[in-house]
Design a protein around this ligand. Sequence first.
Ligand code: ZN
Length: 242
Amino acid sequence: MNLFVKCAQVFCVAAISVSAFGYSDVVTTRDVLASRCDSHLETLRIYDRMTSEWEAFAQERKGKWELDILYKAVEFAADKHEGQVRKDPERSPYIVHPLRVCSRLWHDGAVRNVNTLCTAILHDTIEDTDATAEEIRALFGDRITYATLEVSDDQSLSSDEKKQRQLEHAPHMSLDARLVKLADRMDNVWSIEVSTPIGWDDAKIESYWGWGVKLRNVLHGTNTALETQFDSWFEEHYSNAQ
Ligand code: ZN
């Protein structure tokens, strides 16, 4: 094979992988997201609010804040979670959850680190989709892959074993992973509070809250604003329950 043909082939492979998850912008990524979540209103509302602030923040930083990787993460996660739904009665598209976890970190926790925000968007892809660590490493690099693996449960363990493992590991995880774990747990308890999953009784809800509080406690010192918000939800939940 001559050099010209070889170079053309390499270029073609690179162009295909770039066009799959590269050169994204706020509009292109919104189109991809809308097509993967059937234009779910809440998902697009979260995306629009968060990305308008991302764009303004990046402009303030004069290009020193990396937006492309965030859009790439949204497209990757929307693609991988396509067809999956949450446990709420409305059967919301799953992608609403990782976007909301990212939004909690961005809006409520004032987290501005792109690696942490990307990890939030990708945090359930290894655990719940066919995404692999190698795939994430090739697209997003080592740090994001490491944190995504840290927050992924070993699916061969029972539910109780997973919870125990999380409690043991959480305090020793990287800051990226601890922030994502905290916001993830917050979003899950918030979700069951606003819309009880089908088939859940009071005992299951209380057990879920109890587990959430244990995890919050071992993550103490991760992000004051988020922890304060979590504590206020906890107080409200228990005052309503009494
Ligand atoms: Zn999650």
